[in-house]
Write a protein that binds this ligand. Structure first.
Ligand code: HEC
Length: 142
């Protein structure tokens, strides 16, 4: 009984395989043309998909200002969650005194127990982009 089921399953598979193999290249191309999706949807960050890929690939790393404006400003321009405001020299003096390397680590790893999470929550940001954002914040807070 089980054997017969397996055999008939195989027979169907073989038949389907033979059918597909009988198609000419032209027929296959025609079918692909008919069933191709009407539009292409791309996942954000997928550089291999669609036209914006070219722009994304040639754009290179985002500047510190761009990263700040998209990922850091929400807290650091308003002081939300107790964040030191960019432009507030008094709030930054002691932090800047720790040196860039220490601030880079805070930027990339976050500050434990505070609203400052790793990379300010920008998980698509590279370490270098975070460093650039920290530099941007420091330069504008002295
Ligand atoms: C959700 C709010 C929030 C976001 C978004 C955020 N920060 Fe912060 N950040 C904070 C808070 C709160 C502190 C103060 C932490 C503390 O008490 O030292 C802080 C502190 C810092 C410091 C100083 C750390 C130190 O060692 O003195 C740096 C540098 C910094 N943030 C960089 C960034 C960068 C770069 C981004 C964006 C990529 C960012 N932050 C996004 C909340 C935020």
């Amino acid at each position: 009984m089980t054997k017969r089921v397996v055999f008939s399953f195989l027979a169907v598979l073989l038949a389907a395989g033979a059918y597909a193999a009988d198609l000419t290249d032209a027929q296959r191309a025609a079918i692909e043309e008919r069933i191709k999706p009407a539009g292409e949807s791309c996942l954000e960050g997928d550089n291999t998909c669609g036209a914006p890929a070219v722009a994304a690939a040639s754009a290179g790393p985002r500047s510190g200002e761009e990263v700040y404006n998209t990922a850091c400003m929400a807290c650091h321009s308003t002081g939300a969650a107790g964040a030191p405001k960019v432009g507030d020299a008094a709030a930054w003096a002691d932090r800047i005194a720790k040196g860039s390397e220490v601030l880079y680590v805070s930027g990339v790893e976050g500050v434990a127990g505070t609203g400052m999470m790793a990379k300010g929550g920008c998980m698509s940001c590279s370490d270098e982009e975070i460093h650039a954002a920290v530099d941007y914040m420091v330069v504008n807070s002295q």
